[in-house]
Write a protein that binds this ligand. Structure first.
Ligand SMILES: Cc1cc2nc3c(=O)[nH]c(=O)nc-3n(C[C@H](O)[C@H](O)[C@H](O)COP(=O)(O)OP(=O)(O)OC[C@H]3O[C@@H](n4cnc5c(N)ncnc54)[C@H](O)[C@@H]3O)c2cc1C
Length: 419
């Protein structure tokens, strides 16, 4: 994989406590690095801490960034660097439902494409940009708890890899530490709209080379969603999503299980995948999905720490970038205003949830992989041949058309009238 030249500033001392940062961001991947970059670009003093050594890949991710996320990368001046990691622009989308295939392109986008850069590439571009903007990075530090002062969060305590203690102080601590966020636990953030992982989707996938694909391909079958798209260096991600409660293969049987399902349900894709070769291990997993309280005195959450969506809609990265954008503006505004940070962060949850909750609910509904209802079947039949509305359907996932707009009575009436 070709990457740009990045500079990683790794400070060796374990005493950041004498410095007062504007923000400490726990977690330096897409949510955290984007937030740190935006704050540092606004002149804020930012420390990123991460327990991992970065850059490194995220194994449980199929990497798809839909249009809203790609547009944001462009707006931040990072699109060319991501493209230079050798991942193709994905412009064409298809959903094969057996008798009906919907092909389209989401409307309302600047770049007009999705991308699927391996996280090694994406997270590095964002982190490099954060460091270039002046953020500091401390790797190999595990966040353990927040430091409280006068009833508000005022810093963090962590553990170095050699077991030593680490502390640092800041006006705000942001948990960008993923779905199992320890920051969220430390501050006691409430959870809502929760669906356990057994009721969501279970994902099985791997990387292949030599597979001929036409953009982003989905295949909806009874209790299954197969998918395939290109990532870096001529490789493709190919996988199947099934209900979390459906029987799943033992690890050593994954290959046989996957190809039996592919052969039976999508023989055309099976043929193309078999013409290539698998060049990574099989990966699989399921996650619980939810929203968490977004902020409190001296703290906030961003990315999966705040909202974890079902991977079936591949919305997590684009959502993390959007929430980082929103949170950076609010923190900057709060630090600059006499009303202070808490007043600025008071509206964060409402603004985040206005966009995120409908997307979360869409992902949770689709993650069940339930048989389509009569109404859903009628909707897809009505969409056939209506290209603008098929494009708008893809806009739901590209995050350029809201679920309220698409499924609202006016749009439904228009679709059925046209049919
Ligand atoms: C199977 C699967 C497939 C997916 N596919 C897609 C997809 O195609 N498209 C998409 O948009 N989304 C996808 N997602 C979701 C996507 O991976 C997440 O939304 C995204 O990674 C969230 O980014 P983040 O920065 O919030 O957190 P993460 O990427 O989880 O990063 C969190 C960081 O915090 C650090 N950290 C954690 N705890 C600590 C601690 N105590 N101390 C210090 N550091 C800590 C970690 O080391 C890590 O670097 C998928 C998820 C799954 C499970």
């Amino acid at each position: 994989m070709a990457h740009g030249d990045g500079c990683f500033v790794i400070q060796k001392n374990s005493e950041s406590k004498k410095k007062m940062y504007d923000a400490i961001v726990v977690g330096g991947r897409c949510g955290g690095a984007a937030l740190a970059m935006l704050l540092a670009r606004k002149g804020r003093r930012v420390l990123i801490v991460d327990q991992a050594q970065l850059p490194s890949d995220v194994r449980l991710s199929t990497h798809l960034i839909w249009h809203a996320g790609v547009d944001r990368l462009r707006q931040w001046g990072l699109l060319d660097t991501v493209l230079a990691s050798n991942c193709p622009a994905l412009t064409d989308f298809s959903l094969d439902m057996g008798e009906l295939v919907l092909r389209g392109r989401p409307p309302g986008t600047q770049v007009g494409a999705a991308l699927s850069p391996r996280r090694l590439a994406l997270d590095k571009v964002l982190l490099d940009a954060a460091l270039q903007a002046g953020a500091e990075l401390r790797q190999g530090i595990t966040f353990e708890d927040v430091i409280q002062q006068d009833g508000r969060v005022a810093g963090i305590r962590g553990r170095l890899q050699d077991g030593g203690a680490f502390t640092a102080q800041a006006k705000v601590v942001v948990g960008a530490d993923g779905t199992h966020s320890r920051v969220a636990r430390a501050v006691g953030a409430d959870t809502y709209n929760e669906v356990p992982k057994e009721s969501g989707s279970f994902n099985i996938y791997s990387y292949f080379s030599g597979v001929a694909l036409s953009g982003v391909e989905f295949f909806s079958r009874p209790e299954r969603m197969f998918y395939a798209w290109s990532t870096n260096d001529g490789r493709s991600v190919v996988g199947v999503i099934q209900p979390g409660q459906a029987p799943r293969p033992a690890r050593q049987d994954t290959e046989a299980y996957f190809f039996k399902e592919l052969d039976t349900m999508t023989p055309g894709l099976a043929q193309r995948v078999k013409a290539g070769q698998r060049d990574d291990e099989w990966l699989s997993g399921a996650i619980a999905t939810f929203c968490r309280q977004a902020a409190g005195p001296g703290w906030a959450l961003v990315g999966d720490a705040g909202v974890t969506m079902d991977p079936v809609t591949a919305a997590g990265i684009s959502s993390a970038l959007r929430d980082a954008d929103l949170l950076a503006s609010l923190i900057h505004q709060g630090l600059a205003s006499p009303d202070g940070l808490d007043a600025a962060l008071a509206g964060y949850q409402t603004q985040r949830d206005e966009v995120s909750v409908p997307l979360l609910q869409l992902s949770q509904e689709m993650g069940k992989l339930a048989p389509p209802t009569e109404d859903v079947i009628k909707l897809f039949m009505a969409l056939a041949g209506n290209q603008p509305q098929i494009d708008r359907y893809y806009g739901l996932f590209a995050q350029t058309v809201t679920p309220a707009d698409f499924f609202g009575p006016a749009n439904m009436a228009e679709i059925f009238a046209a049919a």
